[in-house]
Design a protein around this ligand. Sequence first.
Ligand code: ADP
Length: 685
Amino acid sequence: MFRTDRTEQKRSSGSAPSSSNGAMPPETLLRETHQKWVQALEEQKRLQAKLEHLERDFHTIFDSVPAMIWYRDRQGTILRANRCAAESVGLSVEELVGKNYYELFPDGAQKALEKDMQVVLSGRPLYKQLRKYVTADNRVRWVLADRIPYWDENGQVAGVIVFAQDITEQKAAEDELHQANRQIERANRQLRAAAERARILAEEAAAANRAKSEFLAHMSHELRTPMNAILGFADILQEEALTEEQRQYVQTIQRSASNLLTLINEILDFSKIEAGKLHIEMMPCSCTEVVREVAELMEHTARSKGLEFRVDCAPDLPGVMYTDPMRLRQCLLNLIGNAVKFTEKGFIAVRVYPETAAGQKRIRFDVQDTGIGIEPARQSLIFESFTQADSSICRKYGGTGLGLAITRRLMGLLGGHVELASQPGKGSTFSLILPCFVEPVQSTSAADPSAPAAVPQEDDRHIGCIGRILLLDSDPPNPVHASLLLRRAGLDVCVVQSLREALEEHKQKPFNLVLIALQKVQEARKAAARLRNADEHLPIVIITGDSSSKTAEQFKIAGCNAVLVEPVSRGQLYETLRSFLSIQAALSVSEEPAASETGGTEDLYEALPVLTEQIRECYARSDYETLAEYAGRLVELGQRFRRSGLADKAGRLQKALAGGTVQPDELQRQLDELNDLCLQIMLGR
Ligand code: ADP
């Protein structure tokens, strides 16, 4: 109808141009209005479709969100809920709408109401509220809820929208973690307490052990005096006019007393070593002479048993070496005595010769016999105290099983070790291996049986100040001992062998003191002068063999602060260092991080000589299991002190031993390499 009107209107108006009087002809106006109206209708339809699409999208998202969403009004009536929410109570979405939320969850309803009201009244959201609820099938669930205000079209808060995430599993995992942490803490506390108890027990045991050893030492000493009297008077009695029967009695007294005295002496030595009270006196001596003296004593006994007795000293042995000749004699006597005791026919051969291992010169004393030999499984045990190869030995040959234990410990105190090669029924070769000290070495006592001879006693190890020392010394084995001595005193030492290296090292990181121990006076003086030129404040200490006052004067002119004349005692050396380092340390302690590192690496320098020694001993007695353990300790040391070379090499050795397939040559090679590396580290390289 409307349309007809318009058409007619258009027709009657003809086709006169609309611009004639500026007004649009009615039919044009009508047509345009109609077009706009159609367009508006289409737009409305499009918007309607879009709205429906959006609503569908919203519902899809609303229902797929993995969290519960609740719309509820001020009274708690559920206006809308998503599928996740409906599933949580075991109802459909449709069933939920219209129900009262607080009635649905009576457990905790009061709290929920309070929080809802807080949001409604403040118009502000509430986030991350932890809430526990019980499901229809009686399961406890935990949710983390966010509440935001639900605004109606009038801008009023009509209720709340709640987003709740089920975190039951996450919470259970967290609880488990807390529980586990609590258990770990408890276990740690127990562990700490156990470690403390173990430490106290170990201290008590060590104290008890020391007390026992001291008691034994005193007792043995007390026993020795009357034993000597018995032997002395038996000797006097022997001279008297006795009947044959009486003479037999006296001889029995003499034999028994002499056996008893040997036993007492062994116990005395052993307990002295254990109690750390055996003093080692390092002095110049000739190893050839020591061997000849012992051989003279034993030769007669060997020959009287019908045994051949040979002694062979290599011509290239040093004329003088530094060791404790009395203790060396005691070790040789014990080995040769055993060789004679356990050999019925054949020979006893004593050989002495120099050798080099891992860059270290040493002297080997072999005592070979053609006696009963020792089973491989017993070879490591016989070095333990009071242990013999088997029970028949005591019956047949007598003895206490202390001799080898003492020998092994004495060798440790002299800086050496014992090796054994033996075949049952064919014979044995026991070897004493001593470092070839051709320079004065500090005397020591038995505090640490496995430590090298130059190790000072525990009590006076630390000199009470800190500092970096540069040691210039080119004559091995001197640098090894000097650097060990200094490190054990808690100092950080760098060893160099030439003046050029010394200058370079000092330039890179200045030292607190330089110790020059070059043998040639000229060289030492030149080195002192060059170092003084390079650093006018650097304390320079010289150790020289030349005691003339003229030389001392020349050193002073060259810029030296102190001159020590050999043999230098440890106390003298420490005293001199202390006089310079105390000032130096005080000046540099705050800016010197190396000080704390020194304390740490000191452990490394303490442990390395002992471990290498133990490894050598294990190898000598073919105890590969313990050897692997010690290699493991070297790996730990390497890792702890970031010595990757050490950790790698020791790790390779440990692995090879664990595989059990390592060839003797290969094992020897690996051990030599490892030993060499340890030596380099001890030298500070
Ligand atoms: P002792 O000789 O007093 O028993 P040792 O400690 O000197 O104590 O020796 C321990 C054991 O080692 C001996 O009992 C013996 O079984 C074995 N042994 C030592 N030396 C030899 C040797 N040369 N030949 C065979 N067995 C030996």
